[in-house]
Design a protein. Structure first.
Length: 106
């Protein structure tokens, strides 16, 4: 169950990064709504990470959490924020995914 909690925490991490990206081009009410989303995702991510590290070592949980957040943030950026796609960017995202799986395996 802790691993599921950790994965959800990583997804919320990418949520708060995505909200920051959307805040960048917003003003007025949308800015504050994206800011509220940022705070919600940030708090949710931290609470879930704290719960997960009660049973998963922090040296494993933290890199997995940041890896999930990084990969999902890059994908969201490509899909919704029109960030560039290149071979090397995808290659290094792939190596990050393999590294996260490796941490889980060992």
């Amino acid at each position: 169950m802790s691993w599921i909690i950790l994965v959800v925490a990583g997804l919320f991490e990418s949520g708060f990064a995505f909200c920051l990206g959307k805040m960048q081009g917003a003003s007025g009410t949308p800015y504050y709504l994206w800011g509220a989303g940022f705070l919600f995702c940030l708090i949710s991510s931290m609470v879930l990470l704290a719960k997960a590290v009660q049973t998963i070592p922090i040296g494993t949980a933290y890199p997995v959490w940041t890896g999930i957040g990084a990969v999902c943030t890059v994908v969201l950026g490509i899909l919704f924020l029109h960030e560039p796609v290149s071979f090397w960017r995808l290659f290094f995202i792939f190596t990050l995914i393999v590294s996260v799986i490796g941490l889980k395996a060992v």
